[in-house]
Design a protein. Sequence first.
Length: 176
Amino acid sequence: MTHMAKPHASFTELVERHRVELLAYARRLLGHEQDAQDVCQDALLRACRAFGRLSHDANGRAWLYKIVTNTALNAMRRRKSRTAPIADVGIDNLPSSAVLRSDRSGQLAVIGEAVYRLPAKQRAALMQRHFHGLEYAEIALSLGCSEESARANVYQAIKKLRATLGDCGERRPPSL
């Protein structure tokens, strides 16, 4: 899924174009619906205040992801002492080969826990690439790093998931 940067006429247009995917992204990062809604609301308020400084030809989608990512990372740091929820990787977003024939919910819980335990930047890069279809250049913009670093974060996330899920015997999704 390739998304070309589109010029944005207004903040409202930009937000409406990406609101649903940003909320889904925050939900997957944080693993909790209410936290995701709070983070999105806070991020969009910050974006609204900064919108006037965004150039007309800037990648608005990557810019919004950056603000949501930073807001989510700050929220994760604040709540570190709370019990870790299971990350919502969503059964519809997994390749069919990743979903085992039996005990689907148990497998998703194992995968979700493994994803949640990834370092925050790796989890964000993985979610942006594999669940939201961002290009590496967009991930780099949203994480404030180079394109090579964005690739490395995705690679390391997948490598860690393979290692972690490999310890689960039959529960390991072959496609990761």
